[in-house]
Design a protein around this ligand. Structure first.
Ligand code: ADP
Ligand code: MG
Length: 257
């Protein structure tokens, strides 16, 4: 199996109490799949992705990427977060070049940076600085930077969450194009049902308290998908009612306290 999460649990210590955040997570992901992790805020999506990234350790269980147990961050996993986190003193081009500085051959390094910056439509913005770019353009740089490292898997944590609706739709479209072009495996965290339906081969729907996977939905629909497509709308309604139940559960628990 390409990526395998086996019997994952995660506990955090909070006010001297152990808080079980994730429980019984078992997932197998095939190479090339675009998989979304969808769930209400606080269900443990970022925690799960950070464990795949190697930034956090599971309390129990293990994660294997191409048969090696993940113990720490590595270049085989490219991350894109909600905030682009670019170096403000470096240009667009320099930000990407910095991420691949261990490629010693200069022309190869530049060619790689330019290839991916072109892919995210920033071929003409090489000498601009992050503060000169819109939020959407900054996220494009972050995506180019992650791709330039040629990771085995791309891990994205609500990468479009801070963008306005129009920019978000545009970047979803472009990410879909890039994914079709590069065949990368993508693990994509979002709380937008629509975004997950637009992009994914598969949606892992998470419930909360503790976070578990409550549904594993194959989205076997032609691309590009429109929200108005009958089958997309039907899946949206189905997932929406699942998530509503989860949120009801949380609200009831909070009212009891
Ligand atoms: P999501 O990304 O789905 O919104 P997170 O993975 O960020 O959820 O968080 C899941 C739960 O774990 C939340 O209840 C959060 O408060 C808790 N949590 C996250 N990080 C920590 C931490 N470092 N220490 C203690 N609790 C944490
Ligand atoms: Mg999160």
């Amino acid at each position: 199996m390409f990526l395998k999460l086996s019997n994952i649990t995660k506990r955090y210590m909070q006010n001297n109490e152990e808080n079980l955040v994730l429980s019984s997570i078992n997932v197998d992901i095939t190479e090339g799949e675009f998989v979304s992790i969808l769930g209400p805020s606080g269900c443990g999506k970022s925690t799960l992705l950070s464990m795949v990234a190697g930034l956090l350790k599971p309390t129990t269980g293990e994660i294997r990427l191409q048969d090696s147990v993940i113990k720490k961050p590595g270049k085989d996993r490219g991350m894109v977060f909600q905030q682009a986190a670019l170096f403000p003193w470096m240009t667009v081009e320099e930000n990407v070049l910095f991420a691949i500085r261990d490629i010693k051959n200069k022309s190869e390094r530049f060619a790689r940076a330019h290839l991916y910056l072109k892919m995210v439509q920033l071929g003409s913005n090489l000498t601009q600085y992050p503060h000169e770019l819109s939020g959407g353009m900054q996220q494009r740089v972050a995506i180019a930077r992650a791709l330039a490292m040629d990771p085995t898997i791309l891990l994205m944590d609500e990468p479009f969450g801070a963008l306005d609706e129009q920019t978000r739709l545009r970047l979803q479209q472009e990410l879909e194009g890039i994914w079709l072009q590069t065949n990368k495996t993508v693990l994509f965290v979002t709380h937008s049902i629509h975004e997950s339906l637009k992009l994914s081969d598969r949606i892992l729907v998470m419930g909360t308290r503790p976070g578990t996977i409550i549904a594993d939905i194959k989205v076997n629909l032609p691309r590009p998908r429109l929200r108005t497509d009958e089958e997309v709308a039907a899946l949206e309604a189905e997932i929406s009612s699942m998530l509503e139940k989860e949120i009801d559960k949380v609200v009831k628990e909070e009212l009891k306290q």
